[in-house]
Design a protein around this ligand. Structure first.
Ligand code: COA
Length: 265
C-alpha cells in the first residue's frame, strides 16, 4: 500500500486501477474520517481508476491536519500532482465535499466532475461541537456520533465510526470542524462548470437535505440523488445505492467526455 511524498507531508492512499482510458475517481473523506469511510464497493469500482487517500493528519497519513478547507484543497491538489493525475472526478463526503468544491472553483483544470455526498455550500458547525471538542472530547465524539447515523444503522458500524473520531484526536477534529465552520461558497456555485452528482440522505442531521437541494439548484450541470431514510454517513449506511448512483454518473456521456478531453492517466 503506497505513500506519496507531497509538500503537505507523506500521504497514504490506495488505488484500484480500472481499464485503460477509464475515468479517474478520487475519494476524499470528511471531518475526523479516513479513506475507510468510503465503502469497499466504491473504492474498488471496476469502471474507474479509484484513488482513495487519507488527508493530512488522518488515518495513516503524516503531517498535521489543516484548519481551512483551502489548506486541504491544496493538499489534495499536491496529492494529484504527486501521483501524476492531471484530471479527475473528485468525490467528497461532508468536509470532503467542501474540499472537492474548492478544487472545482480554484483548481478547475484538475476537475472533470464532482460527486458531492452529504455536504453543502456552507457548513456552519454547532457551537456545542466546536466548544465541546476542547472541553469534553469523548463526550463530543459521542454527540457527533449520535447525529451522524440514521437510527436504522447497525450498531457495529456506529461503533467503528465512533472509534475513528476518537483516533483522529481533538487537535485534528477541532481543525476539521473549524475549517467547515469557515467554509462558505454559497455565492460561488454558479462558477462550477464540472458535471456534478449530489448525493444526500433525507434523514441527515448534520448537513440537512436542504443543503443538497441548494447545490443541485445552483450548480449548472448537477443531478441530485436523495436516499430516503439515510443519515449523514449515507455512503456507509447505504453503500449499494450510493455506489450505483456513482456508477450511473460515470456512465453519463458528459462526464466521460470531460475526462477524455483532458490528459488523465
Ligand atoms: N445550503 C443551503 N442553505 C443553508 C446552508 C447550505 N449549505 N447552510 C445554511 N443554510 C441556511 C440555513 O438553513 C438557514 O436558513 P433559514 O434562515 O431559512 O433557516 C440560513 O442559511 C442560516 O444558517 P446558518 O448559516 O447555518 O446559521 P444559523 O445561525 O442559522 O445556524 C448552526 C448555525 C450551527 C446552528 C446550524 O448551521 C446547524 O445546526 N448546523 C448543523 C449542525 C452541525 O454542526 N453540522 C456540522 C456540519 S460539518
Amino acid at each position: 500500500m503506497p505513500y506519496v511524498a507531497t509538500a503537505r507531508g507523506d500521504l497514504f492512499y490506495t488505488v484500484s486501477r480500472g481499464p485503460k482510458d477509464s475515468p479517474t475517481l478520487v475519494l476524499v473523506h470528511g471531518a475526523g474520517g479516513t479513506r475507510l469511510h468510503w465503502p469497499a464497493g466504491l473504492r474498488r469500482l471496476p469502471e474507474a481508476s479509484v484513488y482513495t487517500l487519507d488527508l493530512p493528519g488522518h488515518g495513516r497519513s503524516g503531517g498535521p491536519g489543516c484548519d481551512t478547507i483551502t489548506g486541504y484543497a491544496e493538499a489534495v491538489a499536491a496529492f494529484l500532482h504527486a501521483v501524476g493525475i492531471e484530471l479527475a472526478i473528485v468525490a467528497g463526503h461532508s468536509m470532503g465535499g467542501a474540499i472537492a468544491m474548492t478544487l472545482a472553483l480554484d483548481f478547475a483544470d484538475l476537475v472533470a466532475g464532482l460527486v458531492l455526498v452529504a455536504t453543502g455550500a456552507r457548513l456552519r458547525v454547532a457551537p456545542a461541537i466546536l466548544e465541546g471538542i476542547c472541553s469534553n472530547f469523548e463526550g463530543t465524539t459521542e454527540l457527533i456520533t449520535r447525529f451522524a447515523w440514521s437510527s436504522e444503522t447497525a450498531p457495529r458500524l456506529i461503533d467503528l465510526g465512533r472509534q475513528a473520531l476518537l483516533e483522529a484526536g481533538p487537535d485534528v477534529l477541532l481543525g476539521d470542524f473549524a475549517a467547515c465552520d469557515r467554509f462558505d461558497v454559497m455565492e460561488r456555485l454558479g462558477e462550477i462548470e464540472a458535471p456534478t452528482l449530489v448525493v444526500a440522505g433525507s434523514a441527515d442531521q448534520l448537513t440537512a437535505v436542504k443543503y443538497a437541494r441548494f447545490l443541485a439548484e445552483r450548480i449548472a450541470d448537477a443531478r441530485p440523488v436523495i436516499i430516503e431514510g439515510a443519515g449523514h454517513m449515507v455512503m456507509l449506511e447505504r453503500p449499494i445505492e450510493v455506489t450505483k448512483a456513482v456508477q450511473d454518473f460515470l456512465n453519463v456521456g458528459s462526464v466521460v467526455r470531460a475526462q477524455s478531453a483532458g490528459t488523465s492517466r
